[in-house]
Design a binder for this molecule. Structure first.
Ligand code: 6GU
Length: 225
């Protein structure tokens, strides 16, 4: 898989890909992530990427030309399955969207700023609009990092223990059950006895019950679906 990210703040997006699981995935050539500075695709002397909106109103709008130039340049080298625009008014990211996107070959992620991009970018280049939740960030970069993390960890071979993504919260529309490690007692706080019993079927049943209880208490909406 290859992910090309178009941004006016590449520095903001570097570190997530230089640590931990994402770095391992990149080093193992399971995914390639390239950052592209939108200002490198401007034609004016000021490297201007935004302008006032037609019709008036507060806030700047990202111009179509640099975005077109950048996407067109990328498309000379490969074709893309999706051009994703990160925007708070997009479709909310969830685990099923992450699962779908993890199966793609090449994707472009465009990070929005200011009031957003000229509508013609959305009409003619963008194939999918993604938000990470009902709140507003100052730019799409951190949201893009979240999306990339959610996608990349699902690529086969990325997680050390191949089964561990399957037991994540949400993968079966339930939150994960409580987990414990040594010591079995700390300051008088004990690990549930069942987990120390060695009785695998009973442990599995307990985990399922706990996952259900936790989901019902914290996220009852997940049980309605
Ligand atoms: Cl994708 N962008 C911005 N700017 N804010 C957000 C978001 C995206 N998702 C949630 N809030």
């Amino acid at each position: 898989m290859r992910i090309d990210i178009i941004t006016i703040l590449p520095e903001l997006l570097k570190s997530p890909f230089e640590a931990s699981i994402l770095k391992r995935a990149i080093d193992a050539d399971l995914v390639e992530v390239c950052l592209h500075n939108l200002r490198d695709y401007t034609s004016n002397n000021y490297k201007q990427v935004d302008d006032y909106q037609f019709g008036g109103g507060a806030g700047m709008v990202m111009m179509i030309e640099p975005i077109d130039k950048c996407i067109s340049q990328l498309r000379t080298e490969r074709s893309y399955d999706e051009v994703i625009y990160m925007t708070p008014d997009g479709q909310t990211l969830d685990q099923s969207m992450a699962n779908e996107l993890s199966l793609k070959g090449n994707i472009i992620i465009l990070c929005g700023h200011y009031k957003g991009v000229d509508q013609r970018v959305r009409d003619h280049f963008v194939t999918k609009e993604v938000s990470i939740g009902d709140f507003v960030l100052s730019g799409g970069e951190l949201a893009a990092a979240v999306l990339c993390d959610a996608i990349i960890r699902l690529i086969p071979g990325v997680l050390g223990n191949e089964t561990s993504a399957l037991t994540d919260s949400f993968q079966d529309d339930l939150l994960a059950p409580p987990i414990y490690t040594r010591p079995s007692e700390y300051k008088g706080w004990k690990v549930p006895e069942i987990l120390l019993s060695g009785n695998t079927p009973k442990i599995e049943a307990w985990r399922e019950e706990q996952a259900y209880k936790r989901t019902k208490a914290i996220r009852p909406d997940l049980l309605d679906e």
